[in-house]
Design a protein. Structure first.
Length: 385
């Protein structure tokens, strides 16, 4: 990160998830490196100014926990082995990581929010809906979500499972927020044909159209010293994200202005091309008659608001609710004359909608005693026919 300063222009991607590994955040040391973190924050702030919506998936809690304990006791007494020891270190370090991010982003007047997720959150229908709604609302507010696996309770991550690592978490987050790009920053320039530390003939693979057996073989190898994943988990994450329609770039997080260069479209690192269509895949899911569990009927004003685009469905515009469905189920939206207008994920179950239909959003708490948002269907979870 030395030499002439670059300020690449352009924003080829509008919604980006950046995954920061421990080996990047420590700059190859045993402690979090504030200079590196500040440089990454500066790039995120520039991208925000250019209208890019950013989500950060961060590692570093275990490193920060070990660093904090080291300051209070002899190194030989630090816990180093076992799931419980690493969970303890994560619990100690998580607040430190967030405090550092908060301090650095505040210097750039960028608000952040912490989001701790587990696989269970994303596998459960309601957990998925809650996480998606929260993250998308934060992006609408131009707040940067700082996401991490909940290491204190997630044994899968701590025990070095290739399913629960932050690489694969970042791929799931990219799908969760409909990201155009997942940028995985690590301490290597990208994916090589073989391990470059062992094979002098290894060459960088600049473009991957599909993750096949040859790519998986190239990615095989041990995890990094401080991280919980290796190249294999990064390629695994790339395969997940590209199948949902996102571009994935694997690059060296220590390189100068790396995030700005990638978002501007500069060919850096290894670029995994999408193998699926994100928008069309979501449209098919929401509009499928097999997925629908019920229907709501809306008045003329709500119909106009939906058809104009970019509007959520509020309870005031609902005139009828049919079927027995749960929160998070797909429901179809019809006009008073029976025209299918849209489909989306319900923020409330059918009985609840029956009680709040025709009411203003600020009346929801008074009627139900709680609320899951102002909308019956949020615009981020709705597609027009």
């Amino acid at each position: 990160m030395t030499g002439e300063r670059l300020t690449p222009q352009g924003t080829q991607y509008q919604r980006v998830v950046v995954k920061l590994g421990s080996n990047v955040l420590t700059a190859g040391t045993d402690s979090l490196d504030l200079v590196t973190m500040a440089h990454l924050v500066e790039q995120v702030a520039v991208l925000l100014d250019r209208g890019v919506a950013l989500t950060v998936v961060t590692s570093g809690a275990i490193v920060a926990g070990r660093q904090r304990l080291r300051a209070h006791r002899e190194a030989r007494s630090l816990p180093t082995r076992g799931v419980e020891s690493r969970q303890a270190l994560a619990a100690i370090g998580q607040s430190r990581v967030m405090a550092l991010w908060d301090e650095l982003f505040e210097q750039r007047q960028v608000p952040i929010a912490q989001a701790l997720l587990t696989r269970r959150d994303l596998a459960d229908r309601l957990g998925y809906l809650n996480a998606r709604n929260t993250l998308l609302n934060l992006l609408d507010l131009r707040v940067v979500p700082i996401v991490n696996e909940n290491d204190v309770v997630s044994v899968e991550e701590i025990s070095d499972s290739k399913i629960g690592d932050n690489d694969n978490l970042s791929a799931q987050v990219a799908n969760l927020v409909d990201a155009d790009l997942l940028l995985i920053l690590t301490d290597i320039a990208g994916l090589y044909t073989s391990n470059p530390s062992r094979d002098a003939s290894a060459r960088l693979i600049e473009r991957v159209e599909r993750v096949d057996e040859s790519i998986l073989r190239a990615a095989s190898g041990a995890p990094g010293e401080r991280g919980t994943g290796g190249m294999a988990t990064k390629v695994q994450a790339a395969r997940t994200a590209t199948s949902h329609g996102a571009h994935v770039v694997l690059a060296d997080g220590r390189a100068r202005e790396i995030a700005l260069r990638v978002v501007a479209g500069e060919p850096v690192g290894t670029h995994f091309l999408p193998t699926g269509d994100r928008i069309e895949s979501r449209r098919r899911y929401l509009l499928s008659g097999l997925q629908a569990r019920g229907r709501v009927v809306v008045d003329e004003g709500a119909a106009r608001a939906l058809l104009a685009g970019g509007k959520s469905l509020l309870p005031a515009g609902v005139t009828a609710c049919e079927g027995d469905f749960q929160r998070g189920d797909v429901v179809r939206v019809f006009s008073a004359d029976g025209l299918h207008l849209a489909s989306g994920l319900a923020n409330y179950e059918s009985d609840e909608i029956g009680r709040i239909l025709g009411k203003h959003s600020d009346e929801i708490v008074g009627i139900l005693g709680y609320e899951y948002g102002d909308e019956v269907i949020h615009r981020n979870n709705l597609v027009l026919v």
